[in-house]
Ligand binder design. Structure first.
Ligand code: GDP
Length: 364
């Protein structure tokens, strides 16, 4: 195929990878002018579609942002915060202010205290070396908190341009699509533009006062489960509605499996309550620790699902913990978390390399 370029954004056209920049189905190549699918959807459905970038391209793009005086709106997924942090973001956005927005708040039980959630996400940001000017929570898909986010953007941008950044799957497209409706921007006003000096296209949405909001491509973090889990399985581990906690009483030396993707061994002491917060499609299975290895070898992809087939997962990594607070959450990044009651509980956790496991004070 001769090299073709999109008539809309100028990106090089390719027909192989629907998730990557410049994708166009082969059948659309006969159209004149040729546009990439992203521009096509934008022009015809007034809808932005997320495209992903390699880490290098993403960092190039971020460092371009640092050359502009702008507000950076940084979206993270509250359910998979560990998987959605973009390493080194603060360094690359330069001196620009960052408004941190935690999305998917609708997945948390109604009883969750939003202040606790905000302070936790702010604290986690600080651990990443990020000092956001402010934090907001929202649910882009349920349209909760969007007015507050729009007002905060308006306040902190102070007339400047706005860049919306985030890892893939955090809900950036859903957010921008709602924002387009919220701003009441007509179809014709939205354009894709090539970022000066790079081949990356940004969606440009005029804000009415001469400034623009730019949607930037998302990055797939190598510590996101999306990296090695089949998209159908990924749908299963991502809750679609408010998480219903499931309580388990565990005796010493009992194991809980989170499908075939997470394992918690409760060593002791004493009998204890554990509360699992995860997608209802993730099979939670309890067994004796002594039988856990054998069960895993026989039942991965069957009883222990997802994964829905016995796939080659990365090797299991081991993590050891002892709880030091009355209520702690053992977090399996992207899968959910398990609240452990009482101090001094000894736990060994396992997850395929890539799914991080960590302990935090309980959020709920
Ligand atoms: P992007 O890759 O960052 O552009 O993310 P998308 O907007 O494509 O969303 C990724 C997935 O998260 C989709 O399945 C969305 O339906 C879902 N999603 C987006 N926003 C929310 C939200 O506020 N709550 C919930 N529960 N799901 C959301």
């Amino acid at each position: 195929m001769d090299e073709l370029y999109c008539a809309g954004c100028g990106v090089k056209i390719q027909t192989e990878d629907p998730q990557a920049l410049g994708y166009t189905p082969k059948s659309a190549l006969q159209h004149d002018p040729i546009v990439c699918q992203r521009c096509f959807r934008l022009a015809h459905y007034n809808e932005v579609q997320d495209v992903s970038l390699t880490a290098d391209d993403f960092l190039t793009m971020l460092s371009k942002i640092s050359e502009h005086d702008a507000l950076v709106v940084y979206l993270v997924d509250l359910f998979d915060s560990a998987g959605s942090w973009v390493p080194g973001l603060q360094r690359f956005v330069g001196g620009n202010p960052v408004l941190l927005v935690g999305n998917k708040s609708d997945l948390f039980p109604k009883s969750t205290n939003p202040n606790k959630l905000s302070s936790w996400i702010r604290r986690s940001a600080r651990e990443q070396g990020l000092k956001p000017v402010d934090v907001r929570l929202m649910s882009a898909s349920k349209n909760h908190g969007l007015d507050e986010v729009a007002a905060a953007i308006d306040h902190y941008r102070n007339g400047r341009d706005v860049y919306v950044v985030g890892a893939t799957n955090v809900g950036k497209s859903t957010f921008i699509n709602h924002l387009i409706q919220h701003l009441g921007t007509g179809d014709s006003a939205i354009t894709t533009s090539r970022f000066p000096g790079t081949t990356l296209d940004f969606i440009e949405i005029p804000l009415g006062d001469g400034g623009n909001l730019y949607d930037t491509p998302g990055i797939i973090n190598d510590h996101q489960a999306a990296h090695f889990i089949d998209p159908r399985d990924l749908k299963k581990i991502m809750p679609v509605k408010e998480i219903k906690p499931k309580v388990f009483q565990l005796n010493e030396r009992q194991t809980l499996f989170l499908g075939g993707l997470g394992r918690l061994d409760y060593i002791g002491p004493a009998r204890r309550s554990l509360i699992v917060y995860a997608s209802s499609s993730l099979v939670i299975h309890r067994t004796k620790m002594e039988q856990a290895d054998d069960l895993y070898a026989r039942q991965l992809g069957h009883l222990l699902t997802p994964p829905s087939e016995k796939v080659d997962l990365p090797p299991m990594e081991r993590f050891d913990f002892r709880t030091d607070q009355e209520e702690c959450d053992l977090v399996f990044s992207g899968l959910g978390w398990i609240t452990i009651k009482g101090q001094g509980a000894r736990i060994t956790a396992y997850a395929p390399k890539g799914i991080g496991v960590s302990l935090r004070s309980s959020l709920i």
